[in-house]
Design a protein around this ligand. Structure first.
Ligand SMILES: [Zn+2]
Ligand SMILES: [Zn+2]
Length: 164
């Protein structure tokens, strides 16, 4: 196994192996050119069972409004290559092998006016969805592991058990 290093394209958020000159094979844009990228938007994988904090995924303001987002595979197939698939695979077989994915995503009313959240990618096998979210919202869901410094580490010295 050779160590292929995939990186996330800042333009289309796809994990790719950059081509020469840092060109993303998915969207053909220059991955080193990030001047038009919003640094506050990052991709986040949300699992179906995830309990998300009550903060808008898009602007990180407090909200108790949750939107159910359903990954409808049937619709996706119809839109993209449904006609091709139906020629070779019986419709019933497709439905047997998949189960729908849905997540409950917090979205404030202001952002709701801009439209319903739509996933960047739906993974039916692992039952999760990838969304473009506010970077601070991502930090609430997935705190960076390297930041695990506990300033009050004198707790251990106080209640120390010495006898082994
Ligand atoms: Zn790209
Ligand atoms: Zn919002």
């Amino acid at each position: 196994m050779t160590g292929h290093i995939t990186v996330e394209c800042p333009h289309c958020y796809t994990r790719v192996l950059p081509m020469e000159n840092n060109i993303c094979p998915a969207c053909k844009m220059d991955m080193s050119d990030t001047h038009d990228i919003d640094p506050r938007l990052v991709s986040l994988v949300i699992r179906e069972s995830d309990d998300l904090p009550p903060y808008c995924y898009s602007c990180n303001s407090y909200t108790e409004r949750y939107v159910k987002v359903v990954g409808d595979k049937g619709t996706l197939l119809d839109q993209s290559f449904g006609s091709v698939v139906s020629l070779f695979v019986p419709r019933r077989k497709i439905e047997e092998n998949t189960s729908n994915v849905f997540v409950r995503l917090p979205q404030c009313e202001l952002c709701a006016e801009a439209g319903e959240p739509s996933p960047l990618y739906v993974d039916y096998i692992n039952q999760n969805m990838t969304f473009i979210v506010n970077i601070d919202f991502k930090k609430r869901v997935q705190p960076t592991p390297s930041d695990e410094t506990f300033p009050d580490d004198d707790v251990s010295t106080d209640g120390e058990i010495t006898d082994l």
